[in-house]
Design a protein around this ligand. Structure first.
Ligand SMILES: [Fe+2]
Length: 150
């Protein structure tokens, strides 16, 4: 059991690093003026956002359904409010990526892309806070488990 939990916890942390990297590259490419036709550039960005959203959704699936959240509530029922909060934020992040994508599709030119890049940066900073809370909870569940000699 301990091995499985450790595996999930490690995987979650690895994915956090990867997701931060993806978010940074999406924002950076939104900052790069198109070398080619705007429409062509925009399509590439839209697809990158779609791919990113899917990776993010799968990461949240892992956290929500891979046992991590259930373990927290089992180990520390009083942390349920935090878990509910994390859950809620997952939905908000996914909605925001979707909304940025839809807005980008409507954007007529590169000068209007700036606002979306700012939203992406905002998302990244929200994600950093979010994963910091998850990191604390993972650490907490572990120390509890070790204490019980699971
Ligand atoms: Fe996470």
């Amino acid at each position: 059991m301990q091995h499985y939990k450790e595996h999930i916890a490690n995987r979650i942390q690895e994915e956090h690093d990867h997701l931060r990297f993806l978010m940074e590259s999406v924002s950076q490419s939104l900052a790069q003026p198109p070398m080619q036709d705007f429409a062509e550039w925009k399509l590439e960005q839209v697809w990158a956002l779609r791919d990113f959203r899917n990776v993010l959704a799968k990461h949240f699936d892992l956290e929500e359904d891979g046992g991590f959240m259930a373990d927290i509530i089992d180990t520390a029922p009083r942390e349920k409010r935090k878990v509910d909060q994390l859950h809620l934020e997952h939905a908000e992040f996914l909605n925001e990526v979707e909304s940025i994508t839809v807005e980008l599709k409507r954007t007529p030119g590169f000068s209007e892309v700036r606002l979306l890049r700012d939203r992406m940066t905002e998302l990244l900073s929200g994600f950093r806070n979010h994963e910091a809370l998850e990191r604390d909870l993972i650490g907490f569940v572990y120390s509890q488990d070790l204490g019980l000699g699971d």
